[in-house]
Design a protein. Structure first.
Lengths: 609, 499
């Protein structure tokens, strides 16, 4: 029996504690009347337990590097915190913690607003409460597991249980959005499993680190990497595969949207970093594909997203755009392996910056569509801070922009400029979001409903503060300061300012020219899932002939059956004929035999003579 | 070899074989006596098989053999592979018996049912412990005959027609298998399982004969293991009561076929020799076709049990495709899926039975809202379905992992594609059911509701379901433990390659 150190126990609890809470709630869900439980939701001990699920992960982030071997788990579990894994775990844990606190208030508020807890409502709240920590456990496990089965387990648990978080409201849109999520997720899981099996099978390895090393020298590195890139790309919102993002975000409850955009799409990026042989070998074709789809998403999503009227849709498209920038940087590292040493920490900083800010922005949406007990100036500062930060004007945004520019300066200056220009799009999206929130707040104040509970506000404000201050205490790549020197500032913030100017210009133009106003009104009718409609059409085009072929096969089979029946009828006819013949035969048997005997006699006599 | 070692295989066999006549003689009404006999036989058998497990692990042989006529021997022997199947049968027999008591105790002809039930399990154990093809086919045919009364238990004209179809298929298959065995016997004498050198040592002129015999053996076995195009009886046999379907799909009939194929490939021909003769690749293709065909057909089935039946068609060929890959991990995948598929499929059929027995639900479109009404059954159904799709940490994932390792190791990369596509197809027909169970609301009353307050359904039905669901989860999550199916299968497979 080996003794475990305290940090190892803590590492075990990172996954085990949320699972325990999920199990406890699932037991309650199965055994107690749901009204009793709905009542308990607001008890302090219940709330404290529920919110405490990500605390071991937070503690483990601060406790530092540790490794734990769990031989009995799956095919041998290896959990480790260290290097970039630790940062990604910290990002994930902080987001889950603030979103959890926020979610507790959010659902209390819903209960209060509905003024009734029908049995089914309370029941679905509890299933939500149980699935939340389960999804969290999966998310943590994929970050800390170093063995491929464990990693994939975490990824799959997170993916499948998140469906429940998305579909919660059960409206038509919610079901459609969740279906889009699930269909894409299943395709993604299939691709990832195929890629992992192919790679791990041809190299016979169980650990992620060995997997990357082996993949780098494998002759089939390119196809395996492409499969994995696409598989994880579905979660990471890769252009073309991103369709579930804008469909699922607006329909999910707000805390779940924050988690989806903040933590879970980062799992896709983490999947790329953990499995692809980036930095070890150059994959020019795949790298360039990643680079250009990334840039296309960075610009395209910004343009498309700005047309929408639901702030959550706009934010979802902003996530696609931001992930596009990360994909482009990642793609560049796939082409130029030497670039990865510098790019990896910056990419993780980018992910953390975007994750925290996007979490804060999504939570902010929930603060403007209902009244809040908060002075208006504070509300608007807290709303604007993450928006401006994401656009690259303030806080962690400037640090990230600077860091990206630093690594691109040597040899990729043009690329830096293009990425910078994409930030104008972000600024446009952010201003659009704030404007939409301004309108939604006006509507919310007009309708009488109870104010948001304090926990929502507290969670949101803390997420805003964490987001803005992240470079100072959370994570900073080596050789950087949180704030760039003054000389760098103009070069960093021009895209954001350009975006602001563009937004102001557009606003003025729409005001002045009525025809433009009508056109922008029309633009809101653009389908939210953009390519989804096209995919559905294509799917029908493909399944149509398939069903037709199946119909033909069925007709053929039916025909064969009919022929068989006809044959059997013929057979029956033949039997009857023979039966009749036999009757005749029997009646004439004596005569026939005598005739036969006579014939024989004649032949024999003829032979003698 | 001491007496215990000789008697042990017989004891295991006779616990249920002797229980049968006693049960036949009991009147239908003596429920308690019958249940006690049934359960004690099941528990004794489980204990004995566990004892043999431990014995084999420690290197003890259990074997009984005697010559029947000439050089033809009757051999019962406990080897690692046979014990896997025996362990599965005796474990699931216990659960299925409990379940069947709850499911059928109100119907007529119970003594007949449980009597044949015992014979059926005895023949499964015989198949598991058979030491050569002669002994194997004895029990194989006994299984066919003893399952027929179970399938037609309800006795309606429709059921009897289905029973006829079942007999047509299985008896024909049995005849083909017998032909193969006789031919092999004429050619090579009586090869005991594991005596792999014998066939390889035959002169080269015998090779074409061996190929034909291989085809005969596999075709005969493929009927029971429901490989396309010999799968027609399986969906039809769905008219049987739920515990019988569970038994047919998870333990007895289908598994007997698959197990027979493992024996032929692994222990009669030997992987090296079969590979050398080029016999494995066609088998891989046949299994791949079956996997995809079964999944595709399951998509459009609107009866829960029929959908599960086509899923079985697909899943059992995972076993066969695994064994047909020329790689230790592939063999391990095949062996371990023998157990995993059994655990998961038995859970699914138990759940289907629970829905039918408690709420009168038979169709997929009637499942709406069952999650709230029967949470524990629905959780079990969810776990097993996710396992079938291959979502970790449920057992099905371990199979897919081994299979992928095997496919890549053997260089047949397209098998990975088959696995991935099959997984997506599985998702496409299991997830809609889960969606209906958990996220759709019930409109109106249940078709035929029986209440068992405070439980959601009868305890006899509920606890076996939960137990098998837990086992399917544990087999995946705790695959690293020493006696887990995954470890045991890997040991056997690697032992074969590294003697």
């Amino acid at each position: 029996m080996t003794a475990f150190s305290a940090t190892q126990v803590l590492l075990f609890l990172v996954v085990a504690w949320p699972l325990t809470i999920a199990f406890w709630l699932a037991c309650l869900y199965g055994t107690r009347p749901s009204a009793v439980l709905a009542h308990r939701w607001n008890r302090w001990w219940f709330a404290a337990l529920w919110v405490s699920a990500p605390l071991p992960a937070l503690a483990a982030f601060f406790a530092g590097d540790v490794r734990l071997d769990i031989d009995w788990l799956l095919l041998g579990g290896v959990w480790e915190i260290g290097g970039l894994h630790r940062i990604i775990l910290g990002l994930t844990a902080f987001l889950w913690f603030t979103a959890g606190l926020y979610a507790h208030g959010y659902f209390s508020h819903h209960k209060a607003a509905e003024k009734q807890t029908t049995k089914d409502k309370a029941g679905s709240l509890l299933s939500y409460a149980a699935i939340w920590p389960l999804t969290m456990a999966g998310n943590f496990m994929l970050v800390i597991a170093q063995d491929i089965p464990g990693f994939f387990t975490g990824y799959a648990v997170m993916t499948f249980s998140a469906y429940v978080l998305v579909v919660h409201y059960g409206t038509r849109q919610a079901r459609d959005g969740a279906a889009a999520y699930m269909i894409m997720a299943v395709i993604g899981e299939g691709l990832i499993l195929a890629g992992l099996l192919w790679g791990a099978g041809s190299t016979q390895t169980l650990l992620l680190a060995d997997f990357r090393q082996a993949l780098a020298v494998s002759p089939s590195a390119a196809p395996i990497s492409t499969i994995l890139w696409l598989g994880f790309g579905i979660k990471a919102g890769l252009a073309g595969l991103h369709i579930w993002l804008p469909m699922a975000h607006p329909v999910a409850p707000t805390p779940a949207s924050a988690i989806l955009s903040g933590a879970m799409i980062k799992a896709g990026l983490a999947g790329w970093i953990f499995t692809l042989p980036v930095g070890l070998v150059s994959l020019p074709l795949l790298g360039n594909a990643a680079l250009y789809t990334g840039l296309a998403a960075a610009f395209g999503a910004a343009l498309y997203g700005v047309a929408h009227r639901d702030p959550k849709v706009v934010l979802a498209y902003s996530s696609v755009s931001q992930m596009g920038m990360m994909t482009a940087v990642f793609g560049l590292s796939l082409v130029v392996p030497e670039f990865w040493t510098a790019a990896a920490p910056v990419l993780v900083l980018f992910a953390a910056h975007h994750g925290f800010n996007k979490g804060a922005l999504f939570m902010g949406v929930g603060m403007t569509d209902r009244p809040v007990r908060m002075p208006a100036w504070l509300l608007w500062i807290a709303l604007a801070l993450p928006a401006l930060s994401l656009a690259g004007l303030l806080g962690s945004g400037v640090t990230t922009k600077w860091a990206v520019k630093m690594i691109l300066e040597n040899g990729h200056a043009r690329f830096a400029t293009i990425l910078g220009a994409a930030a104008s799009g972000t600024a446009l999206l952010m201003i659009r979001t704030l404007y939409l929130q301004y309108r939604s707040r006006r509507r919310a104040l007009a309708a009488p409903q109870p104010a948001a509970p304090w926990s929502m506000g507290a969670a949101w404000i803390s997420c805003v503060i964490i987001a803005a201050s992240a470079p100072w205490w959370f994570y900073l790549p080596e050789g950087l300061q949180p704030l760039p020197p003054a000389a760098q500032w103009p070069g960093l913030i021009w895209p954001a300012l350009a975006g602001c100017a563009l937004a102001a210009g557009a606003y003025g133009a729409v005001r002045r020219i009525p025809r433009l106003g009508v056109a922008t009104g029309e633009s809101a009718r653009l389908p939210i899932g953009d390519l989804w409609t096209g995919y559905v059409w294509m799917g029908k085009k493909i399944t149509g002939p398939a069903t037709k072929t199946a119909g033909c096969v069925r007709a053929l089979l039916d025909e064969a059956l009919r022929m068989r029946q006809a044959l059997m009828r013929r057979g029956a006819g033949l039997t009857a004929f023979m039966e009749r013949g036999e009757l005749h035969f029997r009646a004439w048997a004596g005569v026939l035999m005598i005739l036969l005997a006579l014939a024989m006699l004649i032949i024999m006599m003829a032979g003698h003579t | 070899m001491n007496t215990i070692q000789v008697l042990m295989p017989l004891l295991v066999l006779f616990t249920s074989l002797l229980a049968a006549p006693i049960i036949f003689l009991l009147p239908d009404e003596s429920r308690t006596a019958r249940t006690i006999i049934n359960l004690s036989a099941a528990i004794i058998k489980l204990v004995l098989v566990s004892g043999m497990f431990l014995g084999v692990y420690l290197g003890v042989d259990f074997e009984i053999s005697f010559a029947v006529v000439g050089d033809l021997c009757f051999i019962l022997r406990a080897d690692a592979l046979g014990l896997m199947f025996a362990g599965l049968s005796s474990l699931l027999w216990l659960f299925t018996t409990i379940y069947a008591v709850g499911y059928l105790e109100d119907s007529s002809n119970r003594s007949r049912f449980f009597g044949f039930f015992s014979i059926c399990v005895a023949s499964t154990l015989g198949i598991a412990l058979a030491g050569n093809l002669f002994t194997f086919i004895l029990f194989y045919e006994l299984l066919t005959l003893s399952t027929y009364p179970l399938v037609v238990h309800r006795g309606t004209p429709e059921v009897l027609a289905a029973g006829n179809r079942y007999l047509q298929y299985t008896l024909t298959g049995g005849a083909v298998l017998l032909l193969g065995i006789v031919a092999l016997h004429a050619l090579a004498g009586d090869p005991a399982f594991g005596d792999r050198a014998r066939l390889a040592a035959l002169p080269e002129t015998a090779r074409p004969h061996l190929m034909v015999i291989f085809a005969l053996l596999i075709a005969g076995l493929a009927v029971k293991s429901a490989m396309v195009p010999f799968h027609g009886w399986l969906p039809v046999a769905m008219v049987a009561p739920a515990p019988v379907s569970a038994l047919l799909h998870a333990v007895a009939v289908v598994k007997a076929g698959a197990f027979g194929i493992i024996r032929v490939v692994h222990d009669v021909y030997g992987l090296d020799f079969a590979h050398f003769m080029g016999l494995l690749y066609p088998l891989t293709i046949a299994a791949a076709v079956t996997i995809l065909y079964g999944s595709a057909r399951a998509l459009t089935q609107m009866s829960i049990k029929r959908r599960l039946a086509f899923s079985t068609v697909s899943q059992v060929s995972y076993i066969i495709i695994g064994v047909s890959l020329f790689h230790p991990m592939g063999v391990a995948a095949g062996l371990v899926h023998l157990i995993h598929q059994g655990l998961m499929k038995v859970t699914l059929f138990f759940c289907a039975g629970n829905y039918a027995q408690t709420l009168g639900i038979h169709g997929v479109d009637e499942l709406d809202g069952t999650g709230r009404r029967m949470p524990l059954t629905s959780v079990s159904f969810t776990v097993a379905s996710l396992g079938m799709i291959g979502v970790p940490p449920v057992a099905g994932f371990i199979t897919k992992w081994y299979l992928g390792m095997g496919a890549a190791g053997a260089g047949t990369y397209w098998v990975i594609l088959v696995i991935a596509i099959s997984g997506m197809l599985n998702a496409a027909y299991y997830l809609p059911m889960l969606y209906r169970i958990w996220f759709k609301e019930r409109r109106g009353d249940w078709p035929d509701e029986t209440t068992f307050a405070p439980l959601e359904t009868s305890a006899w039905l509920l606890y076996p379901t939960i137990a098998t669901a837990l086992f399917s989860c544990a087999a995946g999550l705790l695959a690293g433990l020493p006696f887990s199916p995954a470890r045991w299968a890997a040991e056997i497979a690697i032992g074969e390659f590294l003697p």
